[in-house]
Ligand binder design. Structure first.
Ligand code: SF4
Length: 263
């Protein structure tokens, strides 16, 4: 195994800036094979990534972190993606139902500390259970969403999961995203047409007014300091500062290194 840092990825990230989302997805599929998975919460950008994988004939796993308290529209979207795109959707659930968690710990999501604990129990820990199964996640973060996403790199290390995040849509504008959805008739979570600019758990997500920031509907009851759950390393300050470990041969192919010796 070798170590790779965010800095090691800089030249490759620069090259990938010239690639389209479909080209980046194809590149990732060739490089990582079955050790590539899509990570999607079934929001619009996520179903666009699923559609692009489907259009390319890929048979990648789609990981859906099922907190148990998603909106029915989100579950319906997940099921449509599995059926209509022929992708293997894997739902990752927490150990306890929300009712069991609440009877043990109380209603966590009403306080800032409780929200962090709840997101850890219901999102981060279920995702951790597939650690080691994949070398890369295809994600759908876009710079056009602004705030902590404004400078998201195409490739980012994910030290918590020890893999690479491939943000294939990083450069896709909102207008181009909408055009793709329209032209390709992509499956879209119906909540987006009901005022939900982003979609998360039903306990912590509300619609957004036209003059509010896109993520204003997430944890609205906690104020603007809790706008990200922490499942994406690039949303965290210092989230990509640690190295990850990948097989040497994979790092050589990733960085296009031609090593003909071993020490
Ligand atoms: S978004 Fe809310 S309900 Fe969902 S896991 Fe986080 S705190 Fe819990």
């Amino acid at each position: 195994m070798g170590r790779i840092t965010q800095g090691d990825l800089a030249p490759l990230n620069e090259r990938l800036e010239a690639s389209t989302p479909a080209e980046i997805i194809g590149w990732a599929a060739d490089l990582f094979g079955p050790r590539l998975a899509i990570l999607s919460a079934m929001q619009k950008a996520g179903t666009v990534v699923c559609h692009m994988a489907h259009a390319a004939g890929l048979k990648v796993d789609v990981l859906f972190v099922d907190t148990g308290v998603h909106f029915q529209e989100t579950y319906d979207t997940r099921d449509r993606v599995a059926q209509e795109y022929g992708l293997n959707v894997v739902s990752l659930a927490p150990e306890e139902t929300m009712a069991e968690q609440t009877s043990r710990l109380g209603v966590l999501y009403l306080s800032k500390d409780g929200q962090e604990q709840c997101c850890d129990l219901r999102k981060s820990q279920p995702l951790q259970r597939v650690k080691g199964r994949y070398d890369a996640f295809l994600a759908s973060l876009r710079r056009g969403d602004g705030e902590k996403r404004a400078k998201v790199p195409i490739l980012a290390v994910d030290p918590a999961m020890n893999l690479l995040r491939v943000n294939a849509l990083a450069n896709l504008s909102a207008a181009d995203l909408e055009a793709y959805v329209r032209e390709q008739q992509v499956i879209v979570n119906p909540l987006h047409s009901q005022g939900y600019t982003t979609v998360g758990c039903n306990r912590c997500t509300t619609p957004v007014l036209p003059d509010e920031p896109k993520r204003a509907g997430r944890w609205r009851h906690l104020g603007p300091w809790a706008m990200y759950c922490g499942i994406n390393p690039t949303d965290l300050s210092g989230g990509t500062s640690q190295a990850i470990s990948l097989p040497d041969e994979l790092i050589d192919r990733l960085l296009n290194r031609n090593v003909d010796f071993a020490i």
